[in-house]
Design a protein around this ligand. Structure first.
Ligand code: 6PG
Length: 482
């Protein structure tokens, strides 16, 4: 039997797992136990990174015995059935009070289920969203743990030691109980999808509108990264656009097949939003844009469909680029506003006490959507914790009102040019819908009452009403719906 000597363990030695284990090992006071289903992989990691001083085990029993109590293990395996299998193994060798952490991209409802089942054994189960890709895992990710307050007491200092630091603060907080951490990570990914799609639309409009090359557009993004749009995604976009393909000498972006993949977290965000009744239209359009791109047969069949009959030209390229920048910023605010709406609705539905300002804070560093403007979100929720929509906070209202004329010009231009801009235009429609005095939803209610007696409410009286629509009988009756 191995002797207990490690204070934290990692299971799963694929790149995210081994990088996280190396990150843990590099922090003062940590000794890290590792385990992988195939022992060969474990041995390879031990010999590749001797400086980490890993305590390696080739059986789950030895792995458990190598951990000091309360035992704490982070599972870093592909989300799904593999996670359940590892949890089952661990619950057999762990004891009440020990902590199992799932650091994969699990669906939060799976995490709720697993937490409930594991809790019955007296072992703590924590679903923790970890963002930042391979580099983040190694150098400092943003971490979104759920689970019990008791588990957080042990886990908090360990996670704080490996998280990214933003403005002196570690990018980790106890998000809420059971599945709260994975829920918030899911929303992070939904926002990530929207942000990426918006940036892609901005690139496409500039390229097709001004004829600038990818390298020239890279310079524009580098410039944008010095202002209010400053973010990791803008930064890497410039690098992607600047990349030249070694084989052909062409911009790499031109030789990459234009069909975007997806592993599912964006779709989960939208599916959950539909269940919660939250309009996350920007995120949904981003998910659908990837789906549309990945339908080659349909795209080929439709490629001869007519576009605009008149030619579209951009007279002033610099002014157009600036309009696109502003449209991007305004649409991005909408995407975050919608994402936070979903967090609020999820917290209410699942009884989580999620501090929105703290979530914005832990997204400032380490994660894929890290951005300068997350500070503004934290400030908005600090000023008004009950803020009903992020976009109505003074800073964001100002930003959107300054950008809106440009935003409208860009959406009009895109429609005239026949350039798809689903995220830009749906974000603008959402904004106009939200600020409208009257919506045609009144007509929809009339239609529903006409064909299905679904009833409606009146602007001038309390209660529920139904109109007798047929023939001459246009009188109205109050309906007791109780
Ligand atoms: C992160 C990323 C990470 C992963 C995405 C990619 O926060 O580090 O979000 O979790 O790269 O899930 O998702 P798609 O493959 O669906 O684009």
């Amino acid at each position: 039997m191995a002797q207990a000597q490690a204070n934290i363990g990692v299971i799963g030695m694929a790149v995210m797992g081994s990088n996280l284990a190396r990150n843990l090992a590099s922090r003062e006071g940590n000794t890290v136990a590792i385990y992988n289903r195939s022992a060969e992989k474990t041995r390879a990691v031990v010999s590749e990174f001797p400086e980490a001083g890993f305590v390696a085990s080739e059986s789950i029993e030895d792995f458990a015995a190598s951990l000091t109590k309360p035992r704490t293990a982070i599972i870093m395996v592909k989300a799904g059935a593999g996670t359940d299998a590892v949890i089952e193994q661990l619950t057999e060798v762990f004891e009440p009070g020990d902590i199992i952490v799932d650091g994969g991209n699990a669906l939060f409802t799976d995490t709720i289920r697993r937490e409930k089942a594991v809790r019955e054994t007296g072992i703590n189960f924590v679903g923790a969203g970890i963002s930042g890709g391979e580099e983040g895992a190694l150098k400092g990710p943003s971490i979104m743990p759920g689970g019990s307050a008791e588990a957080w007491e042990t886990l908090g200092p360990i996670l704080k030691s490996i998280a990214a630091i933003a403005e002196g603060e570690p990018c980790v907080t106890h998000v809420g109980t059971d599945g709260a951490g994975h829920f918030v990570k899911m929303i992070h990914n939904g926002i990530e999808y929207a942000d990426m799609q918006l940036i892609a639309e901005a690139y496409d409009l500039i390229r097709r509108g001004t004829g600038k090359s990818p390298a020239e557009i890279a310079d524009i993004f580098t410039e944008w990264n010095k202002g209010e749009l400053e973010s990791y995604l803008i930064e890497i976009t410039a690098e992607v656009l600047r990349q030249v393909d070694a084989k052909t000498g062409q911009p790499l972006v031109d030789v990459i097949v234009d069909q975007a993949g997806a592993k599912g977290t964006g779709a989960w965000t939208v599916q959950t939003a539909l269940d919660l009744g939250i309009p996350v239209s920007g995120i949904a359009e981003a998910v659908f844009a990837r789906s549309l791109s990945s339908k080659p047969a349909q795209r080929a069949a439709a490629s001869d469909l007519p576009g605009p009959s008149s030619e579209w030209t951009v007279d002033d390229a610099d002014a157009f680029v600036e309009d696109v920048r502003q449209a991007l910023y305004a649409s991005k605010i909408i995407a975050y506003s919608q994402g936070f709406d979903e967090i609020v609705a999820g917290a209410e539905q699942y009884d989580w006490d999620i501090k929105k300002g703290d979530i914005a804070k832990i997204w400032r560093g380490g994660c894929i959507i890290r951005a300068q403007f997350l500070n503004r979100i934290t400030e908005a929720y600090d000023e008004n914790p009950g803020l009903v929509a992020l976009v109505t906070a003074p800073y964001f209202t100002d930003a959107v009102s300054q950008a809106q004329d440009a935003w409208r010009r860009v959406v009009v231009a895109a429609a005239q040019a026949g350039i798809p801009s689903p995220a830009f235009s749906s974000s603008l429609s959402y904004y106009d819908g939200l600020r409208a005095d009257r919506l045609p939803a009144a007509l929809v209610q009339g239609q529903r009452d006409f064909f299905g007696a679904h009833t409606y409410r009146r602007v001038d009286a309390e209660g529920t009403f139904h109109t007798l629509w047929s023939g001459d009988r246009t009188e109205i009756e109050a309906v007791d719906t109780h």
